[in-house]
Design a protein around this ligand. Structure first.
Ligand code: GLN
Length: 534
């Protein structure tokens, strides 16, 4: 297995994860089998307990790992299905090393960052090769060079490059080339300094990807090549994309990134075949139709909090040659009298995503009610399903006080509740129902028709469940449980039988949608929204 490390310099939010993912797209399109890994220097064991304000969305994998949202980019841009070992944090590294120390495995020795921590990091990288069948691993290091926490990772990379040799492993550095208005110039100094920082610790990148608002002219490329000590053709421009992140692989291909990488690692392959990808991008950029979809959430102002949902809508839109006009609605704004009407009138579809805690809950319930009463297509995801059930129990079944015990522990109608096995859980980390579980679909339901399958697998991240005690009462009024766990104990999907398109799921379909494999629920939702007359 060949290994490509990707580090970032100058500032964060450079799109390093997207650059790594795009390289993955290009290498796969050359016929190589690719795997991806993210090394996160922070001390949390995983991002599962971090607020979206800290970290954006928590992305969940098949095996239940709660990971960085970059893993979402990796899965969407490649064909990889990733697992726990594809995201490593300092927290996990120290947890392992310290457990080993307590067991006495290092008896007699002083436990140190070098070699014990660095050995553990390297062994997690080697594990990718041992346990998989990839030709190439692309490994992104979180944070920015110069961060104290990142040093053990960079040291591990230095050792790894030395041990594996030039032809088997390489480093790519992503930096910023800012435009200084007063001088009217692009500036290379920050990049020079961040590469100098890498060289101080013995790392020489083979490729520099320069993120910039403007095209790099020949002079700038010349300078970057000279000061960063890389050939001029290994200076790769990554201009801000015009329309969509999915343009990035095409841009990097034009810049020759995959060619330089394959030469460096002696990978002999035909050129990348990107025709399908280009077609998808074309549909995203110049759709023939448009549709407006409201997303009603509580982290609406944060671009990253519902990342996978926005991406899934983009994929589904492209499948229908249709652009999505997102209407982002803060759930709390719907709580006032007339709020739903004011904010949701005119939208063609309403999506309520997942969430935790009671802020904005009544607003989300109002959104579900608005969709039901106005026959507007509704897609409820996780909490979005739970609020739809609460709303139906309250306003259709007449249990005005129905609730989830998450919001009212004393409610007399706990239509959403905590299952017995969750009641004793005190630790918050990694204790939810997490990861992929099978779901059996009921025949002659919308869900069954959309999936075209009897059994599906979807990823979960929640603690509370639909209370089956109320199933019969709800079904009698027209809210049908259309998917359950194979043993029939857990409700996975509900839908309204007398509504054009009202589907809500306990799982997170957004973690499995890809540009080249649109998710059936999102595809169906966008199609229904397109034919909805507002
Ligand atoms: N808070 C709800 C639960 O824990 C929903 C979680 C979610 O939407 N991801 O069940």
């Amino acid at each position: 297995m060949k290994t490509i490390f990707v580090t970032g310099g100058v500032v964060s939010s450079l799109g390093k994860g997207l650059a790594a993912a795009s390289l993955g797209t290009l290498l796969e399109s050359r016929g190589l089998r690719v795997t991806m890994q993210k090394l996160d220097p922070y001390l949390n064991v995983d991002p599962g307990t971090m607020s979206p304000y800290q970290h954006g969305e928590v992305y969940v994998l098949d095996d239940g790992a709660e990971t960085d949202l970059d893993l979402g980019h990796y899965e969407r841009f490649t064909r990889c299905v990733l697992g726990r070992r594809n995201n490593l944090t300092s927290g996990q590294v120290y947890e392992t090393v310290l457990a080993r120390e307590r067991r006495g495995d290092y008896l007699g020795k002083t436990v140190q960052v070098i070699p014990h921590v660095t050995d553990e990091i390297k062994s997690r990288i080697h594990e990718l090769a041992r346990k998989g069948d990839a030709d190439v691993a692309i490994i992104e290091i979180g944070g920015t060079t110069g961060d104290i926490e990142g040093l053990p990772f960079l040291e591990s990379i230095r050792q790894y490059l030395l041990e594996e040799g030039e032809e088997n492993a390489m480093l790519i550095h992503v930096t910023l080339v800012p435009f200084i208005k007063a001088a009217g110039e692009l500036k290379t100094k920050p990049t020079q300094q961040s590469v100098a920082k890498l060289r101080e610790i013995g790392l020489q990148p083979k490729v520099v990807i320069a993120r910039s608002e403007y095209a790099l002219d020949d002079d700038v490329r010349e300078k970057l090549s000279l000061f960063c000590n890389v050939p001029k053709r290994a200076v790769i421009e990554a201009r801000d994309v015009d329309h969509t992140i999915y343009e990035l692989p095409l841009m990097l291909q034009k810049e020759g990134l995959d060619t330089v990488v394959c030469e460096a690692l002696r990978l002999e392959t035909p050129p990348a075949r990107m025709e399908d990808w280009a077609k998808f991008v074309e549909r995203v950029v110049r759709p023939r139709k448009r549709v407006s979809i409201a997303v009603v959430g509580k982290y609406i102002e944060l671009q990253d909090a519902y990342k996978s949902i926005y991406e899934s809508l983009t994929h589904a839109g492209a499948a229908h040659d249709c652009g999505i006009d997102l209407v982002l609605v803060d759930a709390e704004d719907l709580e006032a009298q007339g709020g739903p009407e004011k904010h949701l009138r005119g939208v063609a579809g309403i999506l309520v995503p997942g969430g935790f805690g009671d802020r904005g809950i009544e607003g989300k319930i109002a959104a579900a009610r608005y969709a039901r009463e106005n026959r507007t297509p509704y897609l409820g995801i996780c909490l979005g399903m739970q609020v739809a059930v609460v709303e139906f129990a309250r306003n259709v079944c007449g249990h005005a006080k129905a609730d989830s015990t998450e919001f009212d522990p004393e409610t007399q109608y706990p239509v959403i509740y905590l299952m017995e096995d969750q009641k004793d859980v005190t630790n918050k980390g990694a204790t939810m129902r997490l990861g992929s579980y099978p779901c059996v679909l009921r025949k002659n339901t919308l869900a069954h028709q959309l999936y075209g399958a009897e059994e599906i697998n979807e990823r979960h991240r929640h603690r509370y469940e639909f209370n089956m005690k109320y199933r019969e009462a709800l079904e009698k009024q027209g809210m049908v449980v259309s998917g359950t766990s194979p043993d029939g104990v857990l409700a996975e999907l509900v839908e309204l039988s007398n509504h054009p398109w009202f589907v809500a799921c306990q799982f997170h379909p957004e973690f499995q949608s890809r540009p080249r494999a649109t998710h059936p629920l999102f595809r169906g939702f966008v199609a229904a929204s397109l034919s909805h007359v507002c």
